[in-house]
Ligand binder design. Structure first.
Ligand SMILES: Cc1ncc(COP(=O)(O)O)c(C=O)c1O
Length: 418
């Protein structure tokens, strides 16, 4: 399944992965490593044009050009209809807040907001705060299999629904939601859908047109770029959205959403991260082979993300195998026949061993994983876990390997004496 994936050249593209000491990085859901091409772009910005945009001098013009280029790159990455639908900023949480504050100002007769118990709390608490504005919250609940089912959304949505807020993939258990079907349900009732694409971003093709969503947020730092976030919104909705801006800033996206200065070096890095993915779509056997590949940039990105998905499925299968061998309780989808419904993000507990001890032992073996509630305390409770202790989570991306999974498995086996 993974035979054609150029794992060696992928790893070689990420300097942090090959620097001593040897380290297995399985905490990618909290932020991924960056390839050299991203380091170069950030370095170039800080060295050659670390100035404010909007001036008439050459360095400032270069900053303007970088932002235009990055906006086009991110528009290609998410399949936006127009680059002005992309806004850059600090992180996903601040964009969720920006949109929720705006929506809260104009609820009108549509007061119902649907949230889920599978989401990262950033896409829950932000909407719950609208209860102060008169919103009524309805819960789309995760089933025992660890995923949200659109059949359960249907009875929650009505002519009084303003918005459905849900994730594309769970940052805790890795389930992928059928967001296109959820969008159909929301739109049939005249409601909107806000997608948290932070966790899905590094794993699969984002397609705002196929998802048919209204808003979507991502964190660049999960998609091989530095710390930053971006928002995509349907242009006509962004045009209507009330935002804070100084009077001299036109009421037009993306400027009306980007009041203040953002981190231009991170935006330069985000542009480079898209180019990195593009190189993966072009290469037959390695990275980078810029002359290879054909078709539009979108088609090339599509190929890159398809390759990533296929390779990551083999990592998920191997993770499930080693966790099963250790007798672990894995929360979420474990059925190999449904492997395409998950990304390689696995929450688990070993029998009678607190998750903090598991991650400590792995840390002592130079394997970075995380324990706790994963910012999804409601999901932990749903699985009968105390949010304070939660579970251990291993989150892999396409630069991780089957050998790393086996090493991880051998440390767990030592703990469980299997
Ligand atoms: C699914 C999901 N949503 C939202 C967030 C918050 O993102 P940010 O740190 O960019 O605000 C995270 C961060 O881990 C996440 O995993």
């Amino acid at each position: 399944m993974s035979a054609n994936f150029p794992i060696e050249s992928v790893r070689a593209a990420f300097p942090a992965l090959t620097r001593p000491p040897e380290f297995v990085f399985f905490d990618n859901a909290a932020g991924a490593q960056v390839p050299q091409i991203v380091l170069d772009a950030v370095n170039h910005h800080l060295l050659e044009c670390n100035v404010q945009r909007g001036g008439r001098y050459a360095k400032s013009r270069e900053v303007d050009e970088t932002i235009v280029r990055a906006r086009q790159s991110v528009a290609d990455l998410v399949n936006a209809r127009d680059p002005s639908e992309i806004a850059f900023g600090m992180n996903a949480t601040s964009f969720i807040r920006l949109v929720s504050l705006a929506i809260g100002q104009a609820l009108g007769k549509r007061k119902d907001i649907v949230v889920t118990d599978m989401d990262h709390e950033a896409n829950v608490a932000t909407w719950l705060a609208l209860e102060r504005n008169g919103a009524r919250i309805l819960w789309w609940k995760v089933r025992d299999d660890g995923n949200l089912h659109v059949d359960d959304l249907i009875p929650l949505v009505s002519p009084t629904t303003r918005l459905v807020a849900c994730t594309v993939a769970s940052n805790a258990v890795g389930s992928i939601v059928d967001v296109a079907a959820a969008a159909r349900v929301a739109h049939a009732a005249g409601a909107e859908i806000f997608l948290d694409c932070v966790h899905y971003g590094p794993h699969g093709l984002i397609d705002v047109q196929a998802f048919d969503c209204d808003y979507l947020v991502c964190s660049g730092y999960k998609i091989f770029a530095p710390h930053m976030g971006f928002l995509w919104g349907r242009r006509e909705l962004l045009q209507q959205l009330p935002t804070f801006r100084e009077d001299f800033i036109p009421d037009e996206p993306p400027g009306k959403i980007e009041a203040g200065t953002f981190t231009y070096e991170s935006v330069a890095g985000m542009d480079a991260a898209v180019r990195y993915l593009e190189s993966l779509g072009k290469s037959e056997s390695g990275i980078p082979q810029t002359a290879q590949g054909s078709g539009s940039r979108r088609a090339i990105l599509n190929r890159a993300l398809q390759r990533i998905r296929t390779y990551e499925e083999s990592l998920s299968l191997e993770m499930l195998r080693v966790l099963k061998d250790c007798g672990a309780d894995v929360y979420g989808l474990t059925d190999a026949s449904r492997i395409h419904e998950r990304v390689p993000t696995l929450c688990f507990n070993l029998p009678d061993i607190p998750p903090a001890r598991v991650t400590e032992k792995l840390a002592n073996n130079n394997i970075g994983v995380r324990d706790g509630h994963m910012y999804s305390p409601r999901l932990m409770k749903r699985f009968g876990l105390a949010p304070e202790t939660g579970a251990a989570r291993a989150s892999l991306v396409h630069y991780n390997t089957v050998e790393e999974v086996r090493l991880f498995g051998s440390v767990l086996a030592e703990m469980t004496n299997r």
